[in-house]
Write a protein that binds this ligand. Structure first.
Ligand SMILES: *Cc1c(COP(=O)(O)O)cnc(C)c1O
Length: 430
């Protein structure tokens, strides 16, 4: 039998940190990452045969759980059709038509292979459309690992940025402005100073990559209004929220129409698909229609396109959102009660922030947490303890206190009951 610990030792010799994306390594929670072998519905099994109920769900893409039969069927069929053409095909057309006919601000769409690629390309479009160079982002929003947005707030003036990674030349981020979330005053001041130079105003309308930092609607409305007033393109990065909080994403929930929008994660039904999209007048700037170059050898791959269509049409037909939200609330409340009733964990009062099927456990604060600076001290360590207790009993959360959890439709009442039961045992053992 293979063991995770042995595989990790081998993996570290051939891949940096033994993984192919950082959070997978357990660096944030400590210990050895579990190596998984297979998955089905709400569950995953590791290489040692142990079963886990999975609340990471590949960081969001699997809204119907692992290998849902309706999607699996399409994937199997695709195996016998073609794996890639590098030529025009009908599958991306069907997916594009399905989406553009149901999301009004998506008039045209271009498929790529990841969320990062989508955001990178959308920035290029915004700069071409406006003839301006600056981009604005918020501290606590993640937009993929493109150089220009891998930045955090600088220590000096409002709007100033500093790189969040080694290997990024100062020139790559010199045009990036960074603001704190939830701060209208800082927003207004920055627009007065820089508004006319900003090509693109980027935001996760539901920031969900640094905990779950739900924004006030008035803040997002003010942001959209200022972007419009100053002629900047409003970019909603809905890579995580798109098709997750509702079919039309946060834009639909809020009634705010972005100029450009990025999707990923759910859109590919579990395969690598991203997309950038928006009004025709902007999207027609993209090659070969327009002068903005962007291409991809495996873009609009038949597996991603056909799995994606199976995914979004199932979402549209079944509208699983209200039930997902209800189950998420019910489950997280039960776990919060366990945490608050347990001597090993109730040195603080716990709560869960939720939005639809997204959840995030943390210490209760007087005001809802909307910025990264409002995240209570000690959060990371507290989460690590909770994470490992659950892991031992077969409940898998994303291995970082700054990642959110996801429910899928496979997390039915029985799975939720079993989760709560395992959680109770886990906490008793602490
Ligand atoms: C996941 C994510 C990305 C990056 O997508 P990748 O497919 O990992 O490149 C970008 N923006 C947001 C909001 C995300 O959640």
């Amino acid at each position: 039998m293979m063991k995770s610990s042995e595989l990790f030792e081998r993996a570290k010799k051939v891949a940096p940190g033994g993984v192919h994306s950082p959070v997978r390594s357990f660096a944030s929670v400590g210990g050895t990452p579990v190596f998984f072998e297979k998955a089905d519905g709400a569950k995953m099994w590791d290489v040692e045969g142990k079963e886990y109920i999975d609340y990471c769900q590949s960081f969001g893409p699997l809204l119907f759980g692992h290998r849902h039969p309706d999607i699996a069927k399409v994937v199997h069929e695709t195996t016998d059709l073609a794996w890639s053409f590098g030529a025009a095909e009908p599958y991306s057309l069907e997916l594009a038509e399905f989406i553009t006919s149901r999301i009004p601000w998506v008039e045209k769409i271009r498929f790529v292979n990841s969320g990062t690629e989508a955001v990178m390309s959308a920035l290029r479009v915004a700069r071409a459309a406006t003839g301006r160079s600056k981009v604005l982002k918020f501290d606590g929003c993640y937009h993929g690992h493109l150089d220009a947005l891998l930045v955090k707030a600088g220590s000096g003036l409002a709007g100033e940025s500093s790189s969040d990674s080694a290997g990024i030349d100062a020139g790559m981020i010199s045009q990036t402005l960074v603001l704190p979330l939830n701060d209208e005053k800082a927003l207004i001041e920055l627009f007065e100073k820089e508004g006319k130079n900003i090509a693109c105003c980027a935001i996760e309308p539901l920031p969900a990559n640094y905990g779950l930092l739900e924004q006030r609607k008035e803040f997002l409305q003010k942001f959209a209004q200022l972007a419009k007033e100053y002629g900047c393109l409003l970019l909603f990065d809905e890579v995580i929220s798109g098709f997750r909080v509702g079919f039309q994403g946060m834009a639909g929930e809020l009634g705010i129409e972005p100029d450009l929008v990025c999707y990923g994660k759910i859109l590919g039904g579990g395969f690598p698909v991203g997309a950038y999209a928006g009004r025709t007048k902007y999207m027609d700037l993209v090659a070969p229609q327009g002068p903005v170059y962007q291409a991809g050898t495996l873009s609009a791959n038949p597996f991603g396109m056909r799995a994606g269509l199976a995914m979004v049409s199932k979402l549209w037909n079944e509208n699983p959102y209200p039930q997902l939200a209800e189950r998420t609330k019910k489950m997280t409340q039960a776990i919060v009660d366990l945490l608050n009733g347990n001597k090993a964990t109730n040195d603080i009062e716990w709560t869960a922030s939720t939005y639809g099927s997204l959840f995030w456990f943390h210490q209760k604060t007087d005001e809802p947490i909307r910025t990264i600076s409002a995240i209570p001290k000690g959060h990371k360590e507290r989460f690590a303890k909770f994470f490992h207790a659950l892991l031992k009993e077969g409940v898998y959360l994303a291995p970082s206190g700054y990642e959110v959890g996801f429910l899928s439709t496979a997390h039915d009442d029985a799975i939720i009951q079993e989760t709560i039961r395992r959680c109770e045992i886990a906490l008793k053992k602490l």
